[in-house]
Design a protein around this ligand. Structure first.
Ligand SMILES: *[C@@H]1O[C@H](CO)[C@@H](O)[C@H](O)[C@H]1NC(C)=O
Ligand SMILES: *[C@@H]1O[C@H](CO)[C@@H](O)[C@H](O)[C@H]1NC(C)=O
Length: 294
């Protein structure tokens, strides 16, 4: 045992073993950094499975209640500035990190890659993220369902009005396929990062620096409409029944974001999980997700 320990030590001094790359987690809507039943549990699981790893579960705000409220009401662009600053200030992240976003945290972390390239993210793992937005919240989990009812009403009143855009996070990735022009013009977050109003070259080149962009879709998702958005697909413009894949979209064929280039280079990974939104077992997580974390 002593000899083995010594061997490991010598290898590490030679820089062979190295520490695992840190992991940064961004929670979903109505959740917080540290709930032991959600992100706290994921953090613990990763720490058990990858000894020595540093896991940062992002908190937006000064406490858990604020963090949860901000997932509904703090302008995503402000959240991105806040997170970009947290990442830049954390000495343990300066050699890079992997990112793991849950639900809306998936598209928010992609925005971080595109807008905030330093420190660099290596792999982005989006678990149920909605990269083409949503056109409905058919169901919301347990205690937040009354908030969802309110959100639905507000979105119906005018998702793309300036007042709603600036104060309601879910409006900022609301994608109305019947009114693509309004979406393109009015969405202050998703239409921006998806290059709908023009091509920002730095968004494209920053996204290319990822080694892998992993997207998990939940095959029995009852909370995201359409669930295809979790693989970057969406409704074919002009109607809300038929969906198209990422590869069929103009974003891909015109390659405004470099996703086609990444796909051809084998950087896009499409994973399916059998259950409802964010429902997966520890075994599934260990087997399918952890290989991108180590
Ligand atoms: C592109 O995005 C970066 C980062 O958000 C921003 O600083 C820059 O102004 C944008 N460029 C254009 C042409 O909009
Ligand atoms: C585009 O959005 C701006 C800002 O929200 C708004 O003032 C303008 O009327 C919109 N234009 C169209 C054509 O929808």
């Amino acid at each position: 045992m002593v000899a083995l320990g010594l061997g490991v030590l010598v290898l590490c001094m030679m820089g062979v073993c190295g520490e695992p790359l840190p992991l940064v987690i961004w929670h979903g809507m109505g959740d917080s950094c540290c709930n032991p039943l959600s992100m706290g549990g994921i953090k613990k699981l990763v720490e058990q499975q990858v000894p020595g790893i540093y896991v940062l579960s992002l908190k937006i705000g000064s406490n858990i209640i604020e963090d949860m409220e901000n997932s509904f009401f703090l302008n995503v662009n402000k959240q991105l500035d806040n997170v970009c600053e947290q990442l830049a200030k954390d000495p343990r992240l300066q050699n890079g990190y992997n990112g793991m976003g849950f639900s809306q945290g998936g598209q928010f972390l992609r925005a971080i890659v595109q807008k905030c390239p330093s420190p660099p993210m290596k792999n982005l793992i989006s678990i149920g993220g909605q990269h083409q937005g949503v056109y409905g919240f058919p169901r919301c989990p347990g205690e937040i369902s009354h908030i969802c009812d309110w959100i639905r009403k507000t979105l119906n009143v005018g998702a793309y009005t300036q007042a709603v855009q600036e104060h309601l996070v879910q409006a900022e990735y609301w994608h109305d396929p019947l009114n693509e022009d309004q979406y393109r013009n009015g969405s202050i977050f998703l239409a921006d990062i998806n290059q709908e109003r023009g091509v920002n070259e730095s968004y494209r080149s920053n996204l290319q620096t990822l080694e892998k962009f992993v997207m998990v879709k939940f095959l029995k998702d009852t909370m995201v409409d359409p669930a295809d958005s979790e693989w970057f697909g969406f409704y074919r413009p002009g109607q809300s029944k038929e969906t198209i894949t990422l590869q069929e979209s103009s974003l891909y064929t015109e390659d405004r974001l470099g996703l086609r280039k990444m796909d051809k280079a084998g950087k896009l990974v499409f994973l399916a999980a059998a259950g409802d939104h964010l429902q997966f077992s520890e075994e599934w997580f260990n087997e399918n997700i952890l290989p991108f974390v180590r």
